[in-house]
Design a protein around this ligand. Structure first.
Ligand code: SF4
Length: 382
């Protein structure tokens, strides 16, 4: 018997990940009016429905056809960890067995969801544990969107996800096509309906894709992980700078079509003695005039695999003061979820190996289990 005969090939159309237009075309291909595609789009994204039989405004015959010919794939939740500060980190399994992490961060009465766009990352920033994993693969559209749908299933009564940030594992613009398509679903009024001003994409500076994003009309917020204000230093901390040096990056950002009253956010992870000196702050201030922007200063989240130290608070404040004196809006951001390795630059599946072994012994946990967990007030994680 050949391998082909042994293996079962899934030929069903995977609906999660399709755009509205693609769902309308799919409905038409089934001989249905295009509004059936719109209904499917609303059921799958707007309501997070995973079973055709629950789509009660579709005719029974269509639901039967869909069950036969299409599927709604979902991430599997292997568990979560809860930080002392309330940050929740989730380990999700993709249909091919790869794993990713997503984070829910409580923030002034609402939750911010931090989403991944790749398994691992190719860009190897010197202070980032995800970068140490290397690149495994891009996430598909449905896998990016499904992180929000899965996180929504774990919300307690009264909780809601108010902001989305693409700052988890991976460089979103390296996975440009899937990221932009997922964003369109996340902000679509019939999809997850997040206002674009509540969505932020963070990049280390892939210049051609920044230009494409600006032309896409998506109007989401843009954050740029800068971390150094000279090419000499940035080449070492953010290797993609060798391909897109600061002059090119800043030119693309100056030309970026920012909506009114919006600013570009610059993320700057401070590492003691590396990029936190007064001259580094002055270089940074010199880079920014003419840009509507703000700078988030993030003292490094130390980890044993990272060869840098977190600076003392005094140094961080002195750095901020130099920026402020130069007229730059600069905020010090405290890390969230450090104790569960959920903070900025700390997402890595390597860290999860112990948890994974334990969870493997009980098998994957269905999303539904979260409801019981919330009621009992315990946590799936450590
Ligand atoms: S900081 Fe972002 S782009 Fe750099 S290695 Fe980490 S995940 Fe990749």
């Amino acid at each position: 018997m050949t391998a082909l005969m042994v293996g079962k090939i899934d030929t069903k159309v995977k609906l999660k990940g399709l755009s509205l237009e693609e769902m309308e075309r799919y409905a038409a291909a089934l001989g249905e009016p295009s509004y059936r595609g719109r209904q499917l789009f609303q059921w799958i994204y707007g309501r997070g429905c995973r079973h055709f039989e629950e789509m009660t405004d579709l005719p029974a015959a269509l639901r039967a056809t869909l069950a036969e010919q299409a599927s709604i794939t979902s991430l599997t939740c292997f568990g979560r960890q809860v930080s002392r500060d309330g940050t929740r980190k989730y380990l999700f399994g993709c249909p091919d067995g790869r794993q990713i992490e997503s984070v829910l961060i409580p923030d002034e009465g609402r939750l911010t969801a931090c989403l991944s766009t790749q398994v691992g990352c190719a860009l190897a920033c010197a202070f980032c544990l995800t970068g140490k994993m290397g690149f495994v693969r891009h996430l598909q559209v449905g896998e990016i969107v499904d992180q929000v749908l899965a996180l929504r299933e774990d919300l307690a009564p009264g909780e809601r996800i108010g902001n989305l940030v693409l700052m988890g594992m991976g460089e979103p613009l390296h996975n440009y096509e899937a990221t932009v398509k997922a964003l369109a679903i996340l902000v679509h009024p019939l999809g997850l309906a997040y206002p674009p001003r509540r969505v932020m994409l963070s990049t280390v500076g892939l210049v051609p894709e920044i230009v494409r994003l600006g032309a896409s009309g998506l109007d989401v917020n843009l954050a740029v992980s800068l971390h150094a204000a000279t090419d000499e230093l940035r080449d070492r901390l953010v290797p993609i700078n060798r391909r897109y040096p600061l002059k090119e990056l800043m030119a693309a950002l100056r030309a970026y079509p920012l909506p009114p009253r919006r600013r570009i956010t610059f993320e700057y992870v401070l590492m003691e003695g590396v990029n936190d000196r007064p001259e580094d702050a002055r270089e940074l201030a010199r880079l920014l005039p003419g840009l509507r922007c703000k700078v988030n200063l993030l003292p490094l989240n130390e980890a044993s695999a990272i060869p840098f130290q977190r600076p003392a608070r005094q140094r961080v404040e002195a750095f901020q003061q130099i920026l402020k004196s130069a007229g730059v809006l600069a905020t010090i951001r405290e890390s969230r979820g450090w104790d569960i390795s959920a903070a900025c630059g700390m997402l890595t599946i390597e860290d999860q190996k112990q948890d994974q072994k334990r969870l493997d012994s009980t098998g994957p946990l269905p999303y539904d289990v979260f409801r019981g967990v919330e009621q009992s007030g315990s946590s799936l994680g450590s």
